[in-house]
Design a protein around this ligand. Structure first.
Ligand code: SF4
Length: 375
């Protein structure tokens, strides 16, 4: 079992908070599609013995490529490996989802859309430098549902330094009224070299207080539960049957191949990744599989690395981690960790069906809690 991630490094405009790998220079799109197809042809035959089950186009903004180019990349992937396709997701921005564009994505076989909405508040959208309006986003999601997409996920953000006090509650109500079966809700973080990061550095904005973030998190948990969503990972909520299979596979340690600039891959304790540069990736792909290998960096994960990573991903999920499975996989015993009993005593961790997990109200502090259990 394996997953394929395709990184599409283009966006129409840079959002004020984003540090993903992308460019707003769109001229190289068709060269990039050819380069990604070359990488697929060079890499996927090395994955014989794996059956690919999930295909995920992320970015950047994959929808900016259009269905024809997305279909060409997918076709190359289908032809160069064994597939038992269970889920095909394309991340999309609302402005790309007109009826013709949606129909074309549906026709090539895309079953799941992950739509970047972030907020419905016009001032917040302007501050984020998003292109779409609230109305564009709502009509795109309704149109996608009418056209029969099996699964629709919405991305939203909270913990913002701008917007009225009721902004998050209002955004959630509007999102929950849409025909989507999945929500990804992220706390805004200030990354270096972003407009938001600079605004904080220069004192033009103040980061929201922790109390606001916790209050908004609690609103999120309550509203989604009331609407019938399961909170299955710290940032992810799904109606029954709506969990993201591709992302769940990452958290389970399933092998995955990533193609495109900056994309990461993982298999058999080894992780490798492409240069985070469109120019370097395009140059490399012109030199065939040797060129692609040369621009990659890699690391082999030790047992300690794998133990720590299993905690980082497992404790972000409602299922948590199983000490016996961890011991078998890494040789390291979670039950022998010094801080464990203290964390349980404080209510920061709990046992559930033989697995250790962080209770939902403590997830916002999850990173600090996990750190106490890591080697
Ligand atoms: S948030 Fe999405 S659309 Fe905005 S710059 Fe980042 S990748 Fe592009």
């Amino acid at each position: 079992m394996a997953g394929l991630y395709v990184h599409v490094p283009f966006c129409a405009q840079a959002c004020s908070y984003c540090d993903f790998h992308f460019t707003t220079r769109l001229n190289d799109r068709s060269r990039m599609v050819d380069a990604i197809i070359s990488e697929i042809k060079a890499s996927m035959p090395g994955w014989s013995g794996h059956t690919f089950r999930t295909l995920y186009f992320g970015g950047g903004t994959p929808s900016i490529l259009g269905a024809e180019a997305i279909g060409r990349i997918a076709e190359a992937a289908f032809q160069n490996a064994d597939w038992a396709l269970e889920e095909w997701t394309v991340e999309a921005n609302p402005e790309d989802l007109n009826t013709a564009g949606l129909k074309a994505l549906k026709d090539i076989g895309v079953g799941r859309l992950s739509v970047g909405i972030q907020s419905f508040d016009p001032d917040v959208l302007a501050w984020m430098r998003r292109i779409h309006s609230a109305e564009t986003a709502e009509s795109a999601v309704r149109r996608a549902a009418e056209l029969g997409f099996d699964h629709i996920s919405l991305d939203l953000m909270y913990g913002l330094p701008v917007g009225p006090e009721t902004r998050w509650e209002d955004d959630l109500q509007r999102a929950l009224a849409l025909p989507a079966d999945h929500l990804s809700c992220y706390i805004l973080t200030a990354e270096p070299r972003t407009l938001y990061g600079n605004q904080l550095d220069k004192g033009q904005l103040t980061a929201p207080p922790d109390e606001q973030v916790v209050r908004e998190y609690n609103t999120l948990c309550k509203s989604t539960a009331k609407a019938g969503f399961e909170h299955y990972e710290v940032s992810n909520f799904a109606r029954p049957g709506g969990r993201s299979r591709h992302n769940s596979a990452y958290w389970d340690g399933t092998p995955y191949l990533g193609v495109g600039p900056g994309a990461h891959s993982f298999s058999d304790s080894k992780r490798w990744w492409n240069a985070r540069s469109n120019a370097a990736f395009l140059r490399a792909s012109e030199q065939g599989s040797e060129g692609i290998k040369k621009q990659q960096a890699s690391e082999v994960l030790s047992n300690t690395d794998r133990f720590n990573e299993a905690l980082i991903t497992g404790l972000r999920r409602t299922e948590g981690v199983h000490p016996a499975e961890l011991l078998k996989d890494t040789g390291l015993d979670l039950l022998a960790q010094d801080g464990l009993q203290t964390l349980i005593g404080r209510g920061d961790c709990e046992w559930h069906n033989g697995r250790l997990r962080i209770p939902e109200p403590r997830w916002p502090m999850g990173d600090a809690i996990t750190l106490e259990l890591m080697h």
